[in-house]
Design a protein around this ligand. Structure first.
Ligand code: PMP
Length: 362
């Protein structure tokens, strides 16, 4: 039997074994073409089908309305931090942000290169341990959009509900929680996500954008950084990351076979409950970083009393086959990433390991 680690990596992250095995089976000879998908022209009918099938499945599973386009781009979510203001922020407008942590910060810094920005709410005073209360937020009258980071991968916080923005376009970075739960896409003008956590391997970035928003980007934007370039070419303007798009397609098929996004959300809730319950029932041995109301279903961040114990935890967990539990270097502590493809069995094993570790060190 294939030996698989208990993979809690933050991204790139675990992929379903079935997806990897199918890719392995088709690796050398894809669809009887006598070559792998990587060796094939991206203008071939076979690749076009792969591209179109992945788009169609994403539309179906995520409930994307017809007036939205689905794009497969390169450059990671980090390139979207710039592409969004380049395309959507006019000179007399302000790009508004909710400041929730490390990734929101990067998005804001990049937008500043292109125009005016404003932070309408922030949880910085609480070290970003929660999503700020947005019930009464006021947006600048010239706001081009409000940008939210749906799930802060490093701090381990996630929006339980998205803010109401009225006529102002809502934009979300869903890099670390796309397709982990149902979302009303029609509330958003643009959603983007790197694929490498919940949807497949690195190398492809998903952009879901309402058509009318990107009909008229400024003429000065380089061709590759314009949404309309990729829209009018069905994400085939230049050579796409074909192998990554293919794997995203397989991953979407896998998600559909498991019951789609609602079933995935329930599964993700069951998974994370095992670990959050272990934290909450540890009598303070483990301390969750995020405020319970903002806890992420994707990245569980927690601490133990001393850094020595945290190091020991990482060391011992690795010996037992757990990978990726060290917190991000910027915040320390521990983090378990439980994206869509992480099996319940891994979370069960981790909860048991945590309980055992406490018994021995508490
Ligand atoms: N946003 C969030 C929320 C992320 O977690 C990450 C990656 N960890 C990024 C943006 C950056 O993504 P990429 O590496 O694809 O540029």
């Amino acid at each position: 039997m294939t030996k698989r680690a208990f993979n809690f990596n933050a991204g790139p992250a675990a992929l379903p074994l079935g997806v990897l095995q199918q890719a392995q089976q088709e690796f050398v000879d894809f669809a009887g073409a006598g070559m792998s998908i990587m060796e094939m022209s991206h203008r071939s009918a076979i690749y076009e089908q792969v591209n179109n099938d992945a788009q169609a499945l994403l539309r179906e599973l995520f409930g994307i309305p017809n007036n939205y386009k689905v794009l497969f781009l390169q450059g990671g979510a980090s390139t979207q931090f710039a592409m969004i203001p380049m395309n959507l922020l006019k000179p007399d407008q302000t790009a508004s942000f909710v400041m929730t942590g490390s990734w929101a910060d990067k998005a804001i810094k990049e937008a500043k290169l292109f125009g005016q920005t404003s932070i309408v709410a922030s949880s910085e005073a609480d070290k970003f341990n929660r999503i700020p209360d947005l019930s009464g937020i006021e947006l600048p009258s010239n706001a081009a959009y409000l940008h939210v980071t749906s799930n802060e991968t490093i701090e381990g916080t996630q929006y339980a509900a998205y803010p109401e923005t009225g006529d102002v376009t809502l934009i979300a970075d869903m890099s670390s929680d796309i397709l982990s739960r149902p979302v009303d896409v029609s509330k958003f003008g643009l959603i983007y996500a790197g694929a490498q956590k919940n949807l497949g391997p690195s190398g492809v970035t998903i952009v879901i954008v309402r058509e009318d928003l990107v009909a008229q980007s400024p003429k000065s934007i380089p061709t590759m950084l314009r949404y309309d370039t990729h829209i009018s070419n069905n994400s085939l303007y230049n050579t796409p990351p074909s192998f990554s798009v293919y794997l995203v397609g397989l991953m979407l098929k896998w998600l559909k076979e498991r019951g789609g996004v609602s079933a995935t959300e329930q599964y993700n809730r069951d998974k994370t409950k095992l670990i959050y319950d272990t934290i909450d029932q540890s009598g303070g041995f483990y301390r969750g970083f995020a405020d319970p109301a903002s806890r992420s279903l994707m990245n569980i961040t927690f601490r133990i009393q001393t850094e020595e114990l945290e190091s020991l935890f990482v060391k011992e967990s690795e010996k037992q086959g757990f990978i990726g539990l060290k917190g991000h270097r910027s915040v320390g502590g521990l983090r378990a990433s439980t994206y869509n493809a992480v099996p319940l069995e891994s979370c069960k094993a981790l909860a048991e390991f945590m309980q055992d570790f406490q018994k021995r060190n508490g």
